[in-house]
Write a protein that binds this ligand. Structure first.
Ligand code: ZN
Length: 162
């Protein structure tokens, strides 16, 4: 049993960048020569947020809940998966207090799309824009992310018993 009426969760995700895929991050389609590879739409930020929410409630992770062996989730819109997870959070009697995230990408530039991502997440998670943080980082050209072969995301969320 939780000692306080709030819980925190951490989420992390990484997807490879490949040709002939749409780049969808935070529910927003970003114009770029490549996109993230995955069974679903591979929205790396939304996946990290989903795992943070599931982690906060000590529930099974995203891969267990939405297995990539299930045809149902092929090409799935990750925002729809996030909506499902948010309703599970609500069913357990919790609301989200705030969300803090990092998108780690060498390219393309994330900054111009962050306001739209916040707008989208705000509507799905019943959060004010001021309670959502999305930070864009690079890897200084180091490792697979720095070589533009992949994009990573991290998320920390606090939920409280409403
Ligand atoms: Zn993922």
């Amino acid at each position: 049993m939780s000692k306080l009426n709030f819980r925190t969760g951490i989420g992390y995700d990484l997807h490879r960048l490949e040709d002939n895929r749409d780049l969808i991050i935070g529910g927003i389609k970003i114009p770029y020569e490549k996109g993230l590879l995955g069974h679903s739409d591979a929205d790396v930020l939304v996946h990290a947020i989903i795992d943070a929410l599931l982690g906060a409630l000590s529930m099974p992770d995203i891969g267990t809940l939405f297995p990539d062996t299930d045809e149902k989730y092929k090409g799935a819109d990750s925002i729809e998966l996030l909506k499902k997870v948010y309703s599970m959070v609500r069913e357990k009697g919790y609301l989200i207090n705030n969300l803090d995230t990092n998108i780690i990408a060498q390219a393309p530039k994330m900054m111009p799309y962050i306001p739209q991502m916040k707008e989208k997440l705000s509507s799905v998670l019943a959060l004010d824009i001021e309670d959502i943080s999305i930070k864009a980082k690079t890897k200084e050209h180091l490792d697979a992310v720095g070589e533009k072969k992949a994009i990573e995301a991290q998320a920390v969320v606090t939920v409280f018993k409403a």
